[in-house]
Write a protein that binds this ligand. Structure first.
Ligand SMILES: *[C@@H]1O[C@H](CO)[C@@H](O)[C@H](O)[C@H]1NC(C)=O
Length: 226
């Protein structure tokens, strides 16, 4: 009796599964054909004009004139490196092989958009005085783009935080162990930069085991007028 019951149950289950599979396939097909028809009916234009226009740095919007498009993506845990794009050029990335654990920084001329320097600073076990010197040497009118990777806070000291504050950061005083932070600032900026995002390393909200979700920030930075 028992075995028969199990067999009956399995047969029912298999039937249901089969029905679901057929329905799924049918609706998916019909959905596709409807989409295809409306696509064909809507316009007679060739396919290429149907694609969304590509904006600088792959951003969602284009930037007004006298602005630079940028996109800064922080690292993901200690696995995927950050990337920094400015004016449609990837300045730092895994592929370019110029990123590292800690802080990844690109400096560009705020007037011309020309790349001046890239550097990465190991903030877990590196020498923080190198970062101090690097930040102190930044000249007026220079734009700074920053992305964290893994940990960017262990070696951070008051002097370095003050230098970032002067470049327009609001968050740097709160940057802690394994927090993610992306920032675009400038030397000689009046007030605070609107281009800054951060996420705390918090066991309760972390996306990865031991690290928060990565950050992605894109926008349009005004060109410096002479
Ligand atoms: C930035 O570019 C402008 C215009 O090309 C130039 O006059 C200026 O000297 C440059 N500044 C730096 C710091 O490179």
């Amino acid at each position: 009796m028992r075995v028969a019951g199990i067999i009956r149950f399995l047969a029912l289950f298999a039937t249901l599964l089969g029905c679901w599979f057929i329905a799924q396939t049918y609706f998916e097909r019909s959905g596709r054909s409807i989409r295809l028809r409306s696509w064909l009916g809507a316009t007679g234009k060739p396919r290429s004009s149907q694609q969304l226009p590509r904006h600088k740095c792959g951003n969602q919007r284009s930037c007004p004139t006298n602005h630079f498009a940028f996109k800064i993506i922080s690292g993901a845990a200690n696995v995927v490196g950050p990337s920094i794009c400015f004016n449609d050029k990837v300045l730092m990335s895994n592929v370019k092989n110029n990123i590292g654990r800690g802080l990844n920084i690109a400096l560009v001329n705020g007037t011309s958009g020309q790349l001046l320097k890239t550097a990465s600073f190991d903030m877990y076990s590196g020498d923080v005085t190198q970062l101090e010197t690097f930040l102190q040497e930044i000249k007026d009118g220079t734009v700074i783009l920053v992305a964290t990777y893994d940990d960017a806070a262990t070696k951070m000291n008051d002097k370095t935080r003050k230098l970032f504050l002067a470049l327009g950061s609001s968050y740097i005083n709160h940057l802690g162990f394994r927090d993610n932070w992306v920032f675009l600032g400038a030397k000689g900026l009046q007030g605070k930069s609107p281009f800054e995002e951060h996420i705390k390393n918090d066991q309760k909200t972390n996306k990865y085991d031991g690290w928060p979700e990565l950050l992605e920030m894109e926008g349009c930075a005004p060109k410096k007028q002479d």
